[in-house]
Design a protein around this ligand. Structure first.
Ligand code: MTE
Ligand code: MO
Length: 329
């Protein structure tokens, strides 16, 4: 096993965004939105805000960012994205991760790469994620619990990392593992899931240009509760596929086990593509509630229809040609 640590450069959040600039930007976004939980997002709003220049530098805008903007999508607020979380290693209530993940140590961070790859080893986070390849991508995000968000992620396409790691021809799947450290993660004492949290994708899904390894959101490095320092984002699949705080990547020939499938195989399949026509055994998947979205007269968020593949049919339907999505849920 080799340690790749040739030119480690550690970007601290304080170097990217001075706290004062961060708070003034947040105020600006809040005032733009008139205090509502959802902020209007436009390239101009961000660019005209000089303090935004101190965010993670040189973020590329992609066609997916622009596609979302073209649909005049509203971003879910930073507060909602970072305080309503699922990260069971820190507790099962939505507010637990923000409260309990503060002490997670995310630097230095090592990711073990093994299985069918030409370049196995222990990689420093900075050697897998090149900061000059970072992009901003605005994606819809749909949890299996029927709530959704619109998130401006910062990350690099997983395909870039996979190409660098050089899977061999035997590699058909890619598996991921989350840190499982009971000293830092109080939720691990509870047996709600088997630890470590594991997830996986078919290799062609992983190589799809939509699939992102996120290291930030709203132009800043990820808060711990959102899966710092590095988490997967697969926007056409239910949220639980987007595994957080990754410490291992394994290339495998067989379909890898996944945490939610292990815990309730009838309820959660390996594919878990967002599909309004295939209900969860205990509830419908036809609709969703957008966090901070439009409310009814009583103040409850109105339900809106869930889109096939969460709206990304054009990009991903080719992956599932000829597959029965009722069976491969
Ligand atoms: N390691 C780990 N990853 C995880 C989870 C978890 O409990 N542990 N929860 C999943 C679920 S169910 C969802 S909806 C998303 C939530 O991501 P967010 O908190 O950034 O919105 O993380 C996913 N990744
Ligand atoms: Mo979820």
């Amino acid at each position: 096993m080799l340690i790749r640590n040739m030119h480690t450069y550690d970007i601290k959040s304080s170097e990217i965004t001075p706290k004062s600039a961060y708070f003034s930007r947040r105020r600006l976004l809040k005032s733009l939105a008139g205090g509502s939980a959802v902020v209007a997002f436009g390239p101009y709003a961000l660019n005209n805000n000089t303090s935004a220049a101190t965010k993670i530098p040189n973020l590329k805008r992609t066609k997916w960012t622009l596609k979302s903007l073209g649909e005049s999508v509203k971003l879910t607020s930073y507060d909602d994205i970072t305080s309503y979380n699922n990260f069971y290693e820190f507790g099962t209530s939505k507010g637990d991760p923000k409260r309990n993940a503060r002490l997670l140590k995310t630097r230095p961070w090592t990711i073990i790469v093994d299985g069918h790859t030409e370049n196995p080893g222990r990689y420093a986070f900075e050697d897998l994620v090149k900061f000059d390849q970072l992009e901003e991508r605005v994606y819809r995000f749909r949890c299996v619990e029927a709530w959704s968000m619109v998130v401006p992620w910062v990350g690099i396409p997983l395909a870039n990392i996979i190409r660098k790691l050089g899977p061999t021809s035997n590699a058909k799947y890619i598996a991921f593992e989350t840190l499982a450290d009971s000293k830092q993660m109080p939720g691990i004492r509870s047996r709600v899931l088997n630890w470590p949290y594991v997830e996986g994708l078919r290799l062609d899904e992983a190589m799809n240009p939509l699939t992102l390894m996120a290291i930030g959101l709203y132009g800043e490095i990820l808060p711990n509760q959102n899966g710092a320092p590095i988490r997967l984002v697969v926007p056409w699949k239910y949220g639980f596929k987007s595994i957080k705080s990754i410490v291992r990547i394994t290339f495998s020939e067989e379909q890898p086990p996944t945490s939610w499938n292990l815990s309730a195989p009838r309820e959660y399949g390996f594919y878990s593509n967002v599909n309004p026509e295939v209900d969860h055994p205990r509830w419908s998947q036809a609709k969703e509630r957008l966090l901070g979205g439009p409310t009814n007269m009583l103040g409850f968020v109105t339900k809106q229809p869930t889109l096939m593949f969460n709206g990304y049919t054009e990009e991903v339907e080719g992956l599932y040609q000829g597959m029965d999505l009722n069976r491969h849920f």
